[in-house]
Design a protein around this ligand. Structure first.
Ligand SMILES: Cc1cc2nc3c(=O)[nH]c(=O)nc-3n(C[C@H](O)[C@H](O)[C@H](O)COP(=O)(O)O)c2cc1C
Length: 338
């Protein structure tokens, strides 16, 4: 058993957010070590996507390292890219605690963090010291109190600060924990958002930096088709699918009442796998190769990642499986893929 396996029972007895904060504290200590052991993904996994070079198609999904505090650690585990954020333009505390719940027996996480963020200025300053050789994406969102009609101003404010420090940007319009955010996925709201962001990208001379859109798994197939057409027509660089789901139907029946009792939030991990793949397959069909897709949602094994790549995804991301399996998962997936 590895160290994480040995500590797991202890870690999982702690309140999830306390465990998260403790792990980050230890991680920050590890990042100060002069020589953090470096896992090297097998050379055969090198790939190109979005005009960027990746040592592996496996990356860390947004939401774990919201403030870009542990980049050297993710790199040492062998991740090819890390999506930091979601970062909001101004600092905000997120939702009241408790807001994070684990169900290890089902590999399921429920969260309603609600974009707890130090704000774009602080995160941008930290990114100036980011390690070389790791692809970093910046995932952006809007502040809770910003009215939907002014969302574009928030994304633009965060973009101005974060974009110059990262390799790609992901617009998060799919978190279920900021009221109204998902309405931005509607084509009539999406068009001005994407146009406004692409105009800013040009104004800042960042035309060559990929701009991606992260989507929810709770969209009807026809809505996905319409969103794909808006995305392609706008000229953005790619899509990420998916974020967490609001659909309680994915939860195994014996667990449903317990999950329900924890209240609102998005679900991720194993129970999301099937739904996220269905959504991705629909998007890939609609895209017909016109834009690259980053696969996310319920991936947790070499087979899962391989399936996503064989389906046509250019890159993959994980979050929940890393919490349940521990840091050794990255290398296990790499060995399996190789
Ligand atoms: C606790 C938690 C916080 C998250 N925060 C964010 C976030 O801030 N922004 C975002 O785009 N996605 C966020 N996500 C969603 C993940 O990036 C990912 O899309 C989702 O968890 C599905 O992948 P998984 O099944 O591998 O976890 C969060 C997920 C979890 C579990």
């Amino acid at each position: 058993m590895d160290l994480y396996g040995a500590l797991r029972p202890l870690i999982f007895r702690l309140d999830p957010e306390t465990a998260h904060n403790l792990a980050f504290l230890l991680g920050e200590g590890a990042c100060l070590l002069p020589l953090l052991p470096q896992a090297q993904p097998p050379a055969s996994l090198r790939c190109q996507a979005l005009g960027l070079d990746f040592p592996t198609p496996l990356g860390l999904a947004a939401g774990l390292d919201k403030g870009a505090t542990l980049l050297p650690l993710w790199q040492s585990l062998g991740f090819g890219h890390v999506e930091i954020g979601t970062v909001t333009p101004r600092p905000q505390p997120g939702n009241p605690k408790p807001r994070l719940f684990r169900f290890p027996e089902a590999g399921l996480i429920l969260n309603r963090m609600g974009f707890n963020s130090e704000g774009a200025e602080v995160v941008a300053a930290r990114l100036k010291r980011r390690p070389a050789g790791l692809v970093v994406g910046g995932n952006l969102g809007k502040n809770k109190e910003t009215p939907e009609a002014q969302a574009l101003d928030d994304y633009r404010a965060a973009y101005r600060l974060i974009a110059p420090e990262v390799d790609y940007i992901a617009l998060n319009v799919s978190s279920p924990n900021t009221p109204g955010l998902r309405n931005l996925q509607a084509p009539e709201a999406l068009k001005p958002l994407l146009t406004g962001m692409l105009a800013l990208r040009q104004e800042l001379g960042l035309e060559r930096q990929p701009l991606l859109l992260k989507l929810a798994p709770d969209l009807a197939p026809e809505d996905l088709d319409a969103i794909v057409e808006v995305a392609v027509a706008s000229g953005i660089s790619g899509l990420i699918a998916t974020n967490t789901t609001l659909d309680r139907g994915v939860v195994p029946e014996p667990l449903r009442a317990r999950v329900e009792a924890r209240g609102a939030g998005g679900l991720s991990g194993v129970p999301l796998k099937k739904k996220a793949r269905e959504v991705r397959l629909r998007i890939l069909q609609a895209l017909d190769g016109r834009l690259p897709l980053v696969a996310c949602g319920g991936l947790g094994s070499p087979e899962d990642v391989l399936t996503a790549l064989a389906d046509g995804a250019a890159l993959t991301q994980i979050y929940s499986a890393l919490i349940f399996e521990g840091p050794g998962l990255v290398d296990r997936i790499h060995q399996g893929l190789a």
